[in-house]
Write a protein that binds this ligand. Structure first.
Ligand code: AMP
Ligand code: MG
Length: 315
């Protein structure tokens, strides 16, 4: 059974000894390992069941550390670091020559982020190095936003979990690629909206299309509950009458025979609560889950992205 702690010295000692540590960040809980220790990094892939083709994000204490990991950081990258770090933004940059290809999945780019969660920041400062920290869940399942979710994911392990309360952003970071000879690219949507980044850069972000940098690991099916999960615009009446159907609404819940959660119509609050709601509904052992499709506005883009990977469209 995983153990919970608030002891940063203990957490640091475990990392230095090459062990894994579950770590709270403002996006989701991460499964952290010393990024400079290849054996520790290999343990992350093993425990998650993550394919080695899916690269890891390197978490840093501050932007100054980025120069150790990336080479030739340009003005646009500096600008985004200054404006948005610490925070839920990951930058994909040219990797320094020494960076292990196990972290980058063989690519010559590396993904970097400075997290904002106070516990993550204190730990990174005390540790003094860098941590790889993909979401602390088994491959393809729902990312954890509380220590209880991490315990559920790795119930049969002796993982140490650093307690940090509920994650405040609740969805994985926005990923932007800034590579030589390419326009800035949006590689993954997150709650830091593309429009806000474009405003800062003074230019549009391109999609991650053909010929661009690869952002592997963005699988069509991802972040999914074990219960068959669908999304809808019009609630099917037969499902409303089915006590074995669970519901997740964004503002206009209707009476249903099965259990129902309404996360409201504010996208930030919805994102913060989404994964916890999916854990709760999934743990009920129902026959199916139905999720109300969120609105089309940009503020909901990252939520739509995650729901499209967690569910199948009904209408
Ligand atoms: P996460 O699963 O939240 O840890 O985020 C990891 C994701 O970041 C990967 O699945 C990739 O999509 C992206 N990523 C990480 N490293 C790189 C890289 N070197 N180049 C491009 N994308 C990357
Ligand atoms: Mg993940």
């Amino acid at each position: 059974m995983p153990q919970l702690t608030t002891d940063l010295d203990l957490a640091c000692a475990r990392l230095r000894a090459g062990h894994l540590l579950a770590l709270p960040t403002e996006t989701v809980y991460g499964l952290a390992a010393d990024a400079r220790n290849p054996d520790a990094v290999a343990k992350v892939f093993r425990l998650k069941g993550r394919p080695s083709s899916n690269p890891l994000i390197v978490h840093l204490a501050d932007a100054a550390q980025a120069d150790d990991w990336a080479s030739g950081i340009g003005p646009a990258a500096r600008q985004l670091m200054t404006r948005f770090w610490p925070g839920p933004l990951t930058l994909v940059l040219p990797a320094a020559d020494w960076v292990p290809r196990s972290i980058t999945a063989g690519q010559d780019s590396v993904a970097l982020r400075v997290p904002a969660h106070p516990v993550a920041r204190q730990l990174l400062e005390r540790f003094g190095g860098a941590l790889v920290a993909p979401s602390a869940n088994r491959y393809m399942s729902i990312s954890p936003t509380s220590s209880a979710h991490v315990q559920q994911q790795f119930a049969d392990s002796d993982l140490l979990i650093l307690e940090g309360g509920e994650c405040q952003v609740g969805l994985e970071s926005t990923i932007v690629g800034l590579l030589p000879g390419q326009p800035p690219r949006l590689l993954r949507e997150g709650m830091l909206a593309a429009g806000v980044i474009e405003l800062e850069l003074g230019q549009p972000l391109q999609g991650g299309g053909a010929g661009a940098v690869r952002a592997p690991g963005q699988h069509h099916r991802h972040y999914a509950p074990g219960t068959p999960t669908w999304r809808f615009r019009q609630a099917p009446p037969e499902a409303l009458a089915d006590p074995q159907c669970g519901w997740l609404w964004c503002g206009d819940a209707r009476p249903s025979a099965g259990p129902s959660l309404d996360l409201g119509d504010d996208p930030d609050q919805y994102a913060q609560a989404l994964y916890a709601a999916l854990y709760r509904l999934d743990n009920l052992g129902l026959q199916r889950l139905l999720i109300q499709s969120p609105p089309e506005q940009e503020a909901w883009a990252a939520i739509r992205d995650r729901l499209s990977r967690a569910s199948t469209a009904l209408d």
